[in-house]
Design a binder for this molecule. Structure first.
Ligand code: RIB
Ligand code: CA
Length: 308
């Protein structure tokens, strides 16, 4: 797979089936430098093994690092009912269990991003625990990142089809820290990702995209059945994380608004992303306010066509 842009990209993920799809689209579009994994959809032990598995099946060798085993303060909540017990649906992963690397995700990201030349982006598609730890421990990393793009939350005041979004609900403290200490932030929330719906009947196309396409077909068929109806169409499902990849490769598909953000940390509104008072002097976040959905779907299928 040859990337079409020079941008170096780091992925922080909790694969997870839509993370796996996002990973494949990023491999098709960028020079991916590595994947850091975080607990979210399943445990970090599972997300770590899953990241390795998807890369292997994509025929790509990249560093995969282990990050946080849970949120900063709250107990971990996972989503096996959506992603399956392993995190990759009913796919049988190779039995080999890889040992954890000694360096943890945030240290590896700081060291590796600091050595990059040229534009460098971090795309986060799980709970933001690793990104928060990175920014708190190594704030200078901001200087090396053209963007930190997060699939998280929802645009304040926008019409959302769910009360809260999983990544921010699982670790609202981490999301709040990222909105406080990050610069060059982009937020891709469910106000746009739950409009980027793939029809279940469309998945058959993947069977013609080689071995990796058939793996994606198996995983997305499982995921699509579990998440169909999110976004309002009973015959379609959102692909959430891949929209964050498109936001870096094709930002012109989005309309962006600049807002300082904070997060409701506890109580019945836990995980709600709200505008931060100006008095808090938070850096503005570029928030995706609208999406050219047909343009995104064309981008998605073109990305997947490249895996053949
Ligand atoms: O709310 C959607 C997000 O939560 C996606 O990143 C999905 O993988 C889950 O982590
Ligand atoms: Ca995810």
């Amino acid at each position: 797979m040859s990337p079409i842009t020079g941008s170096n990209v780091f992925l922080d993920m909790d694969p997870g089936i839509d993370d796996a799809l996002a990973m494949v689209t990023a491999l098709a579009r960028f020079n991916v430098q590595g994947v850091t994994t975080v607990a979210g959809n399943v445990s970090v032990a599972q997300t770590f093994q899953n990241a390795h598995f998807v890369l292997e099946r994509a025929g790509v060798q990249l560093p995969v690092m282990v990050g946080a085993e849970g949120p900063l303060f709250y107990p971990l909540l996972t989503a096996p009912h959506v992603h399956g017990a392993s995190g990759l649906g009913e796919v049988v992963r190779s039995p080999g269990v890889r040992p954890f690397p000694p360096e943890r995700a945030w240290t590896w990201l700081s060291n590796t991003i600091g050595r990059q030349r040229g534009p460098c982006h971090l795309i986060a598609t799980g709970p933001l625990t690793n990104v928060a730890l990175l920014l708190l421990a190594f704030p200078d990393v901001n200087q090396h990142l053209a963007s930190i793009t997060c699939m998280a939350g929802g645009m304040p005041g926008a019409q959302l089809d769910k009360d809260v979004e999983f990544n921010v609900f699982v670790d609202p403290h981490a999301a709040d820290a990222v909105f406080r200490y990050g610069t060059n932030l982009r937020l891709v929330g469910i106000n746009v990702t739950h409009r980027a719906l793939v029809q279940l009947t469309e998945l058959d196309r993947l069977r013609g995209f080689g071995q990796l396409g058939r793996l994606l077909y198996s995983m997305l068929s499982f995921y699509g059945e579990k998440s169909r109806g999110e976004g309002g169409d009973p015959n379609a499902f959102p692909v959430d994380d891949a929209v964050a990849v498109a936001a870096v490769d094709a930002p012109e598909l989005f309309r962006w608004e600049s807002l300082p953000l904070t997060v409701v940390l506890e109580g019945p509104l836990r995980g709600t992303v709200v505008v931060s008072p100006l008095s808090t002097k938070r850096p503005p976040v570029q928030v995706a306010a609208d999406l050219n959905v047909p343009g995104f779907l064309d981008w998605l299928w073109e990305s997947l066509r490249r895996i053949t």
